[in-house]
Structures are given as structure tokens and as C-alpha cells.
Write a protein that binds this ligand. Structure first.
Ligand code: SAM
Length: 352
């Protein structure tokens, strides 16, 4: 039985499911979920992420982490955590860059929070032996300042979708059409009174999982000190729009066409994540990826790489454009820092 058939049987028996439930099953079902069975990152896979575009991305995060540690007064114990580490490239680049800050690596207790077994195997191949794994942030011990990075994690946390109809809000659900195929439909929602005012046709997305992560991180940095850096495509202001997207071999595909066989995402809701963190006593600030990487020195790093290997100049230029070009990742991707109120992390000084 395929995941599509299993979902169809379940929906026929017990009724439509929310988009959030659909996303959770498609991504994490132990037998059929995309991340549990066939995550394929990189040029030859389903999608590519910034650390895989260029080493410069992870190096800038490494510079950020080491500078943050120095700004915090070089604590002798630090939890250096990556959530959703993919194939391990980002953490590998962070650790290589961190070698340039004496004492930083020695202070760092490195944790990877990962739910996907196949990706854990890839991470194991790429990273040092003393790195530790957890399935959730709760398993990473507290009691020391936290520096946490998550690139393209928020977008794969499940979200519900609501549609404003002419007579009020309804929830978008996944049900069955007359032929038994998976199909979107609308269902009355008790949440209607809690949703913002909007014109008919607008779609409002709400991710309890994204907000819960914001709250967990806010609580953690308010108690232990430190900062979390969440990088993703998403909105910096509250807004509307249907952002559910399925990607397979770099092409957008129908999100209902082949459950579990494509990566399924929604935009990160940075205002909701920030509000949840601030409600726990943390502070939060958002920059575009362009502003963050420029402030961390990516332009200078690109020049140094070109000086060292002039024959790679065109390639490095293309990589830089992909990461910071306004029409590429630069403006769509945001970098959100959630930090304890007693300091401001590198690159975010001007937002304080
Ligand atoms: C889109 S990939 C990004 C990978 C990597 N950060 C990069 O930029 O290349 C999403 C990552 O988050 C992991 N992931 C998904 N849901 C998760 C969750 N609830 N907790 C921890 N990791 C999760 C996936 O297994 C994968 O490693």
C-alpha cells in the first residue's frame, strides 16, 4: 500500500485532515515520510539549500557563532546546536571556520537535532566523532549558553491553512473527490473568531509547530543566555498567502500528487515565531539574508576566495549572486535572531 492509498483509506473512514496533519504525515511518517525515507538534498536531489550552494554561507555562520561566543565573554561551556542539519555541510563549515577563534571549539559541546535517520547517517560521515545527536531540543541539556542555527527547518514544520470565504473563515483540508483522489476542500472552523480580518479569497497560514519552536528557543536563551539564528524563506511582517509548496527534482509539483515523495514546505512565519519567543522573555530581530551575510563579511570572503583561485572567479560570483541577489535568495530569505535580552548578537546591532 502506498502512502496515498493509506491516506485515502483513512480519510474515507474518518473524514478530511488538516493541511498540518497532511504535512506531518508526508514528511515524517516512519514508513513513507519524505525525511524518513528519501530526503535528497543538492543539485542531484529534490532541492538545494544555501550551505550546498557555497561554503561561504556556512563560513559566515561560523564567523557569526565564534563572534557571538566572544561577545558573550567567551563562556567556557557552550551548547553549539544545529537543528535540521541536512547532510552536515553547514555544521562542517561552521566548525572549520570556528578553528580561527582560539578556545571556541574547545568550549563548544556540539549537538545536532535531527529526526531523519538517513540524514543522520550522512551527518555521521561528515562530522567529528564527538558530535552528539538528539531528536528534539528538549534532549539537549541546558545549564550553559546556547548558540543554535537552523537553516530551512521552520519551512518544514506543519502549518494549517484557512481560507476567507464570502461568509467567513473556513479551514482548508485534505479530503477525497468524487473519484477517490486526494483533493483540497473547505471545512467550517471553530478558530474563525480568532483569525484576522481579511478580504474573501485570502489564505491565512498558522503553524503551531513554528510558534512552539520560537517559544522553546525564547525560554532557553532567556534562562541560559545565548542566541538562535533561524534562516528561511518567509515573511518578516504578518500577512496572507497560500505558500504550501512541493518540490521534486527542483520542480514545483502538485502537493497532493505523490504524498511522501516530494519535499513539502510553507513559508516561515517570522512574526509569529518572534512573538512566541518574546512572550518567554527573549528578544527577536529579523534581517534579510542579504543584509546578514553582507554584515558578516561575505563580500570580503568572496574576494579572498577569488584571489586564492582566480580561475574560479566566475563560479564564486555566481554563488554569491544566488545567496545575496535581490531576485534570488537575498530578499526572500530572512535571518531571525532570538536572543537573551542582555546582549545583541553580531550583525543585529543596528536592529537593537
Ligand atoms: C530542508 S532540510 C535543510 C537541511 C540543512 N539545514 C540545509 O540547509 O541544507 C530540513 C532538515 O530539517 C530536518 N527536520 C525536519 N523536521 C524536523 C524536526 N521537527 N526536528 C528536527 N529536524 C527536522 C530534516 O530532516 C532536514 O535535516
Amino acid at each position: 500500500m502506498s502512502l496515498r492509498d493509506r491516506l485515502a483509506a483513512q480519510i474515507a473512514a474518518t473524514g478530511p485532515i488538516s493541511v498540518a496533519q497532511y504535512m506531518a504525515v508526508c514528511l515524517h511518517d516512519p514508513d513513507f515520510g519524505y525525511y524518513a525515507t528519501r530526503p535528497a538534498l543538492g543539485e542531484g536531489g529534490d532541492f538545494i539549500t544555501a550551505p550546498l550552494i557555497s561554503q561561504m554561507f556556512g563560513e559566515m555562520i561560523g564567523v557569526w557563532a565564534a563572534s557571538a561566543w566572544e561577545l558573550m565573554g567567551r563562556p567556557q561551556a557552550l551548547r553549539l546546536v544545529e537543528m535540521g542539519p541536512g547532510d552536515g555541510t553547514l555544521m562542517s563549515d561552521i566548525l572549520r571556520t570556528g578553528r580561527h577563534a582560539p578556545g571556541f571549539l574547545e568550549a563548544s559541546d556540539v549537538w545536532l537535532v535531527e529526526t531523519s535517520e538517513p540524514l543522520r547517517d550522512l551527518q555521521r560521515e561528515r562530522l567529528p566523532e564527538d558530535v552528539r545527536w538528539a531528536k528534539s531540543l528538549d534532549e539537549v541539556p541546558g545549564g550553559a549558553p546556547l548558540l543554535l542555527v537552523a537553516n530551512e527547518l521552520l519551512d518544514c514544520l506543519p502549518a494549517r491553512q484557512f481560507v476567507r470565504t464570502p461568509i467567513g473563515w473556513a479551514e482548508q483540508v485534505v479530503g477525497l473527490d468524487a473519484h477517490g483522489a486526494l483533493a483540497f476542500g473547505l471545512s467550517p472552523t471553530p478558530a474563525a473568531g480568532l483569525l484576522p480580518d481579511a478580504a474573501p479569497g485570502q489564505v491565512y497560514e498558522q503553524s503551531a509547530a513554528q510558534a512552539a519552536l520560537g517559544a522553546d528557543l525564547g525560554r532557553r536563551v532567556a534562562a541560559d543566555g545565548g542566541a538562535a539564528l533561524l534562516i528561511d524563506y518567509g515573511r518578516a511582517e504578518p500577512g496572507f498567502g497560500d505558500t504550501l509548496q512541493a518540490l521534486r527534482r527542483h520542480e514545483k509539483v502538485d502537493p497532493l500528487a505523490a504524498p511522501g515523495e516530494a519535499d513539502l514546505t510553507v513559508h516561515a512565519d517570522f512574526p509569529a515565531v518572534s512573538a512566541a519567543a518574546m512572550a518567554q522573555g527573549a528578544e527577536a530581530a529579523i534581517l534579510t539574508q542579504t543584509a546578514f551575510l553582507a554584515r558578516m563579511g561575505i563580500g570580503e570572503r568572496a574576494e579572498a576566495l577569488v584571489r586564492a583561485a582566480p580561475e574560479r572567479s566566475a563560479r564564486i560570483g555566481r554563488q554569491l549572486t544566488r545567496l545575496i541577489g535581490a531576485d534570488e535568495m537575498g530578499e526572500l530569505f530572512k535571518v531571525c535572531a532570538i536572543h537573551s535580552p542582555d546582549w545583541t548578537p553580531p550583525a543585529f546591532e543596528e536592529t537593537a
